[in-house]
Design a protein around this ligand. Sequence first.
Ligand code: UDP
Ligand code: MG
Length: 308
Amino acid sequence: MKKLSIVIPCYNEEKTIIPFLNACKKVEERMSDELSFDYIFVNDGSKDGTLEILREISSKFKNTHYLSFSRNFGKEAALLAGLEATDGEFITVMDADLQDPPELLQEMYNKIKEGYDVVGTRRADRKGEPIIRSFFAKTFYWLINKISSTEMVDGARDFRLMTRQVVDSILELNEVNRFSKGLFAWVGYNVYYISYENRDRVAGETSWSFWSLLRYSMDGFINFSEAPLNIATWTGSVSFIVSIFSILFIVCRKLLFGDPVTGWASLVSIILFIGGLQLLALGIIGKYIAKIFLETKKRPVYIIKEKG
Ligand code: UDP
Ligand code: MG
């Protein structure tokens, strides 16, 4: 029988793991004549009782395993560790909080059988989400699709069913700064999207604040687009050309008409403007250099302290 490996990143999920596993077991039973399930929980340095629960369930069920990090490395790292630990013919990634409904697995698997390589899920709406967050999320997708050649689907969740081949391709990308939404899209393949209505977490709280989301979206831009660098180059070139013309203009005016000293205020504001642009461009370049710096150190993306 073919095996489905399920990767579940967990950060402070003591309240959700059991309801999650119960919901999955129901689906597992229903699909038991075509797939055998294998669970890989990744404890991403939780500060609550997550690890104890994982130890318990992994000793209770033969097909339930866990990896536990030495500290919180972030969801991206947890996803990578989980994917590397899989050995099934099919692989899926799910959140522990039941926002990714396991009931969809049957429908997703049917699509895989039709010949798709990846079946992704996307939220049909952003109900229950603060308006301002929806606004920024929409703007992020709009902008990144404008400036990056990797297409990212608005509302696509990390919950997806993939074939072994796709996961192997993703694992071949050995960058340290991992922006999974981009990596998943970058590898290509035939992707089918299933929409479903947004759900609330069963328990616990989201670990994303507005600022952490903003930082995350900056990562998306820096990792998947050179546009910010190009913007800096272009605004630099344009203001350089404009300044050449204005120098010519000023010199000619001086020679033809003489030059009373006026306009120092506008001069100062122009200096400030150009100075500001330069700092901005330096900042953007700095961001990329910081990423290169991190990449060249070749630090491991995560450290596993315990396995089970
Ligand atoms: N998560 C993780 N490490 C982190 C933050 C989150 O492994 O540093 C996991 C979390 O346990 C959950 C999934 O990533 O299974 C999604 O997190 P969350 O529900 O907080 O995000 P949201 O659904 O609000 O986007
Ligand atoms: Mg969630």
